[in-house]
Design a protein. Structure first.
Length: 116
């Protein structure tokens, strides 16, 4: 499967650059199934096969790095989340914060359980 299917290429072509937009539309999500990196794409540049978007969860090599960046997804292990639906950035952040909080609560509950 191509990393950027033709349908997705067309979606990117239809939209103008959103770098100046306060709350850009996230068009696609890519992830590394063998790692923790996730790339939320707002722009695609076919001439250089590069992207712009929000990057999160790059793991211990780049601790606590979540932010906007230009990037390439040439790694063979990177996959597109085919179930991802377009979302505004502010809504994405709310979802990420909620899932992080849920994860922290579950971790705290596991740590509070008596050892058998």
């Amino acid at each position: 499967m191509k990393l950027i299917p033709d349908k997705l290429r067309e979606q990117f072509k239809e939209l103008e650059s959103r770098m100046e937009t306060y709350c850009p539309l996230i068009i696609a999500k890519f992830f590394d199934p063998a790692g923790s990196g996730t790339w939320y794409v707002t722009e695609y540049y076919p001439d250089t096969n590069s992207y712009f978007g929000y990057v999160t969860g790059l793991g211990p090599d780049i601790p606590n790095y979540d932010g906007w960046a230009y990037f390439s997804l040439d790694e063979p292990s990177i996959e597109q989340d085919m179930h991802f639906q377009e979302i505004r950035f502010d809504e994405l952040i709310k979802q990420l914060e909620q899932s992080h909080e849920i994860g922290k609560i579950k971790e705290e509950q596991e740590n509070d359980e008596p050892k058998r």
